[in-house]
Design a protein. Structure first.
Length: 106
């Protein structure tokens, strides 16, 4: 019975944890395809898209949302899957940009 409650508490703790953006960017292969939670302030939005940029004390990351764009300068907790967008010209990959595919935000 105690082990069951310990497992439940562990899951709740992990669900409430946030990951620093710097940690995601520095360890990209560990995070690609994984769900994470970040916490930060919206610093910009990309016109005519559903993409916004979030900044924490360690860096910034773009977020693609299926929802309405959040308020600029608003602080949010965002949960989503880390993905990578390859940008290139004539078949050459020039940039491998990490972003978060949002699943929830509060």
């Amino acid at each position: 019975m105690i082990a069951r409650y310990t497992s439940l508490l562990s899951l709740l703790f992990l669900a409430s944890c946030t990951t620093d953006i710097k940690e995601i960017k520095e360890n990209r292969t560990d995070y690609l395809g994984k769900e994470v939670t970040i916490k930060g302030t919206v610093v910009s939005t990309v016109p005519f898209t559903k993409i916004y940029e979030v900044k924490d004390e360690t860096g910034s990351l773009y977020v693609n949302t299926p929802n309405e764009l959040p308020d600029k300068d608003g602080a949010y907790r965002i949960r989503g899957v880390v993905k990578e967008k390859k940008v290139g010209v004539a078949g050459l990959n020039l940039i491998d940009e990490l972003y978060l595919e949002e699943s929830s935000r509060d």
